[in-house]
Each structure stands twice: as structure tokens, then as C-alpha cells.
Design a protein around this ligand. Structure first.
Ligand SMILES: Cc1cc2nc3c(=O)[nH]c(=O)nc-3n(C[C@H](O)[C@H](O)[C@H](O)COP(=O)(O)O)c2cc1C
Length: 169
């Protein structure tokens, strides 16, 4: 049984995080971009890692659709959850976790983490550029540009590995 990572990304950061996890799990990992819209078959996997980026408080729509449709199956598997987000203070992380993942999923997950984020607005539309400028002062004096928190990603990876080891005993 191998691992499935389902992620949603708009400018590549969540995909980068998903690949970072895949490279460190010491077992076969299938990566699926939920925005590709293909039907995801869960039966071959006993571990499913799900995550994506948050915009205006909400995780990538294709990821929340996947969670909504598959929640009962996901609750029978080992799962871990992640969000890429610009606001990584505890209050905002807790709120965005509450908005995007149900209490049952969080309780069942071996880990749920905020991985921080990055701002890439080069190819973005005017609205996204405006929000980035307002929220993160992306082109202002005060640099609030977010960064990826690799420590949080490593903690999620360790939690998945520890859960597998415990199950094998
Ligand atoms: C238009 C826009 C809206 C955003 N809204 C939020 C938000 O509501 N909360 C948050 O924590 N981060 C927010 N962010 C930051 C993104 O979550 C961050 O840039 C993330 O790394 C993007 O990941 P992706 O490349 O996988 O899409 C926003 C960024 C943009 C450009």
C-alpha cells in the first residue's frame, strides 16, 4: 500500500510542499493535483495526505470538493492535512483550519499543519495583486512576505512515519 498526496495550488507553492513530502517518505507516493479534475480512486492507498493553499480564508475549491465527497472514506485511512497560507499566526491558522477541515477529519488526522507560504504574483490577475499588496504589503516598505515553514512540513512527515511504525508493531 502506498501513499497518495492530493493537493491544490494556484501558483505552485502547495505543489512544492507536496513534492518535498513525497521525496522524504521512503515509499512510493502518488501525487495528484486536485485541480486537474480527474476522479481519484482511494482504494489502493492506506495513507492520504491532503492540502492546498488558502485564499480569502478558503482552501483551493477542488480540495474542499474532494474532502466533501470522500470524507467518510478518508476517515477509514491514515490521513494528514496541510494548508499553505500567508498568515501563519496562531489565531489565523486556527480559524482557517476550522473553516477548511471538519472536526472529525482533524481529530482523525495524524497531523494537521500550516506550512506557511510564498507570494508569487507575477502571472496573477489585478485582483490577486491588489489583495497581495493590501494584505502582505508585497511592494511596500514593510515586508510581510510569507515563507515556507519547512520545520512544520518535517513534523508532518515524522508524524506519518511514526504512525506507520506504530501500526506495523
Ligand atoms: C489573492 C490572494 C489571497 C490570499 N488569501 C489568503 C488568506 O485568506 N489567508 C492566508 O493565510 N493566505 C492568503 N494568501 C496567501 C497564499 O495562501 C500563499 O501565497 C500561498 O503560498 C499560495 O500557495 P499556492 O501557490 O499553492 O496557491 C493569499 C494570497 C493571494 C495572492
Amino acid at each position: 500500500m502506498s501513499v497518495l498526496i492530493v493537493y491544490g495550488t494556484k501558483t505552485g507553492t502547495s505543489e512544492k510542499c507536496a513534492k518535498y513530502i513525497a521525496d522524504r517518505l521512503d515509499e512510493p507516493v502518488t501525487l495528484v493535483n486536485a485541480r486537474d479534475g480527474i476522479k481519484i480512486e482511494l482504494s489502493p492507498y492506506n495513507t492520504v495526505i491532503i492540502g492546498g493553499s488558502v485564499r480569502m480564508g478558503h482552501i483551493t475549491a477542488a480540495v474542499s470538493k474532494f474532502i466533501e465527497e470522500e470524507e467518510s472514506t478518508l476517515l477509514t485511512k491514515r490521513i494528514a492535512l496541510f494548508m499553505c497560507c500567508g498568515f501563519s499566526d496562531k489565531e489565523n491558522v486556527d480559524l482557517q483550519m476550522e473553516i477548511n477541515f471538519t472536526p472529525a477529519l482533524k481529530k482523525h488526522a495524524v497531523a494537521y499543519k500550516c506550512f506557511g507560504g510564498e507570494l508569487h504574483t507575477d502571472g496573477s490577475n489585478k485582483f490577486d495583486k491588489f489583495i497581495a499588496k493590501m494584505a502582505f504589503r508585497a511592494d511596500g516598505d514593510l515586508d510581510l512576505t510569507p515563507e515556507i515553514n519547512y520545520k512544520a512540513i518535517d513534523e508532518l512527515i515524522e508524524a506519518v512515519k511514526a504512525s506507520k511504525l506504530a501500526a506495523a508493531k
